[in-house]
Design a protein around this ligand. Structure first.
Ligand SMILES: [Zn+2]
Ligand SMILES: [Zn+2]
Length: 336
């Protein structure tokens, strides 16, 4: 995988924003952003902490010079922001915390994910186990898929954030915090003058992850689409910079593309619900070739679409009697 170079952007107010490429997973590039404005220096997202991600972050930081031409060092940082509680954005916090005491900020809904990693991971393993049964995944397959879930027990250190973010507030008198739940409950976009840091809200080429609210409250498609609409109302943006993929000079058309893609995927789920099916069967019908980790992701994403259609009254349950009688029976959904 070729590594993009560090790229610099200038906000209308004169802040410099450096996009630092990180190999967050062997198959995926992610971006952290370093914002330098006079003596102020903020790091937005910290990579996965896996593979070369930490070393990539070190190298990216070392390549940036401050206003006086000196290399930016960890001790110069005045702020860390985690855009949302996904491992490719917060997994490097342990590495970062060993190098800087800069206060960490995260939205209130994702606070526990980084502050209490072990207990949240234990809970998510349990919730996922229940969900796979609900989705109609066969028992042997459930055990197989569970191994791909999360970062593993004691996989990451817990980091207590010093600053809890809420929608609409200004952070450090620079960033406007825009809460954009859906992809993740506590996902935020940050507006810095005319630059919008969109993290994983708008991903033109990377398949965007969604989970149903059944697994995580404030996630799911309904929240996600509402968040897209929120961003549509943000004016004066000349460049949107994401956590993956290329910069987006035209925010409006990038939002249109994301919404169109979600509607198209939703239509495929509707089509698969022409006959009664469990979430696992719908996933198999829509994505017949995915396995292992990708299947685990697919089951969650298809679950999010099914939940959206069901919540809006487009689906009915065809095996209500069975649900009463058999606690392990998964619901079967059908259009109608
Ligand atoms: Zn994410
Ligand atoms: Zn991401």
């Amino acid at each position: 995988m070729t590594t993009p170079s560090v790229t610099r952007y200038l906000s209308a107010g004169g802040a410099r924003v450096y996009r630092l490429p990180l190999h967050v997973f062997p198959w995926m590039i992610g971006y952290a952003y370093l914002v330098v404005d006079g003596a102020y220096c903020a790091l937005i997202d910290v990579g996965s902490g896996r593979g070369t991600s930490d070393a990539d972050l070190d190298a990216g930081l070392a390549s940036v010079r401050d206003d006086w031409g000196e290399p930016v060092e960890w001790s110069h940082l005045s702020r860390i922001v985690v855009s949302h509680g996904h491992i490719d954005h917060y997994g490097g916090l342990g590495h970062v915390r060993r190098r800087t005491a800069a206060p960490v900020a995260i939205h209130v809904l994702d606070r526990s994910i980084i502050a209490a990693y072990d207990e949240r991971h234990a809970l998510s393993v349990r919730t996922m186990r229940d969900y796979l049964r609900f989705a109609g995944v066969a028992p042997a397959q459930r055990v197989h898929l569970e191994q791909f879930h999360g970062g593993g027990r004691a996989g990451y250190p817990s980091v207590a954030p010093e600053r809890i973010l809420h929608d609409g507030e200004r952070l450090d008198d620079r960033f406007q915090v825009i809460h954009t739940p859906g992809h993740c409950a506590g996902h935020v976009c940050l507006l810095l003058d005319d630059l919008l840091l969109t993290a994983d809200q708008i991903l033109p080429t990377t398949a965007m992850f969604l989970a149903p609210e059944h697994l995580a409250p404030s996630s799911g498609l309904m929240h996600y689409l509402a968040s897209l609409e929120r961003l549509r109302r943000v004016t004066g943006v000349t460049m949107a910079l994401g956590g993956h993929d290329d910069p987006m000079p035209d925010l409006g058309s990038a939002i249109d593309d994301m919404e169109r893609d979600q509607r198209r995927r939703l239509e495929r789920v509707r089509h698969a619900c022409a006959v009664p099916r469990t979430i696992a069967e719908i996933t198999e019908a829509v994505h017949p070739r995915i396995r292992d980790f990708n299947l685990l992701l697919g089951l969650q994403k298809i679950g999010a679409y099914v939940e959206y259609l069901d919540t809006r009254g487009e689906l009915r349950i065809t095996n209500a009697d069975q649900l009463y009688d058999d606690p392990d029976a998964p619901p079967r959904y059908m259009l109608g």
